[in-house]
Write a protein that binds this ligand. Structure first.
Ligand code: KIV
Length: 279
């Protein structure tokens, strides 16, 4: 193959998104589109659609594995799903959630466990829940070359302490604490922070104060980007869909209708069709 053909192919390759690009996008005022994915097929479709960031969320425990919280999800499960997502992705930044108790015990354990998501899983970055309480760990991860996305507001791994999945930081004191947490994460070297289920005015203030990007979920329109759990966005989670999540398709209903149609045809002998025998 000649050089000009090679250059042509190179130019048509989508430009890979890296963590530092999210800061550039914030500076340009370009919004960041992020969705969760848990397998190669879905990741490939989102990558083709131009989704900037694919999150292998520990929400997989709830939406894929049928648990009522994210707490039972293991590091091995996260590595398994991260590998699949990475296989389906060329352009998007792949972020993998660190599951409950894989980063809270010590910074040393956090490095080892995050290392597995990067080295075995192939993720570009990890995401951790918490603020000042994990800032030292975040700094240590960044020091060894692991990019970190933070997660403030409703931290699903603290569901027992929070007393359910409910909006956070509604009082002035809690809002002040969240802003301090956001600054602590930025100072520790995090390149972006997910803000989940907090009042939109607070999300706007945090977004204005930080130079790193904020990605909102149930936090209003003022964040630098938005994230949704893919099965919520695709209309596959039925009654469990949170009120802030917009459904961009109704795939759940379509899948049930298709499975019903198939079942009817099998039972009635309509599928497979009989082959005509030539006379
Ligand atoms: O696990 C997840 O899917 C998440 C998103 C809700 C941000 O953390």
């Amino acid at each position: 193959m000649n050089e000009s053909k090679l250059n042509e192919i190179k130019a048509s390759e989508p430009k890979k998104i890296w963590p530092h690009h999210l800061k550039d996008m914030k500076q340009r005022g370009e919004k960041i589109a992020m969705l969760t994915a848990y397998d190669a097929l879905m990741a490939r479709m989102f990558d083709q659609a131009g989704i900037d960031v694919i999150l292998v969320g520990d929400s997989l425990g709830m939406v894929l594995l049928g648990y009522s919280t994210t707490l039972p999800v293991t590091l091995d499960e996260m590595v398994h799903h991260t590998k699949a997502v990475v296989r389906g992705t060329r352009r998007a930044l792949v972020v993998a959630d660190m599951p409950f108790l894989t980063y809270q015990v010590s910074a040393e354990e956090a490095v080892r466990n995050a290392g597995r998501l990067i080295q075995e899983g192939g993720a570009n970055s990890v995401k951790l829940e918490g603020g000042r309480n994990i800032a030292e760990t975040v700094a240590r991860l960044v020091e060894v070359g692991i990019p970190v996305m933070g997660h403030l507001g409703l931290n699903p791994q603290s569901v027992n302490q929070l007393g359910g999945f409910r909006q956070q930081a509604k009082t002035r004191e809690d809002a002040r604490r969240l802003i301090e947490d956001a600054h602590a994460l930025e100072s520790a070297g995090a390149y972006s922070i997910v803000l989940e289920s907090i009042p939109e005015d607070l999300a706007r203030d945090v977004t204005a104060e930080l130079s790193i990007s904020t990605i909102g979920i149930g936090a209003g329109p003022h964040c630098d980007g938005q994230v949704l759990v893919c099965y919520d966005a695709l209309g596959m989670t039925g009654d469990g869909t949170p009120s802030f999540a917009k459904r961009y398709a109704q795939l759940g209903a379509e899948i049930v209708a298709a499975a019903k149609h198939y079942s009817e045809e099998v039972k009635e002998g309509g599928f497979p069709a009989h082959k005509r025998v030539a006379s």
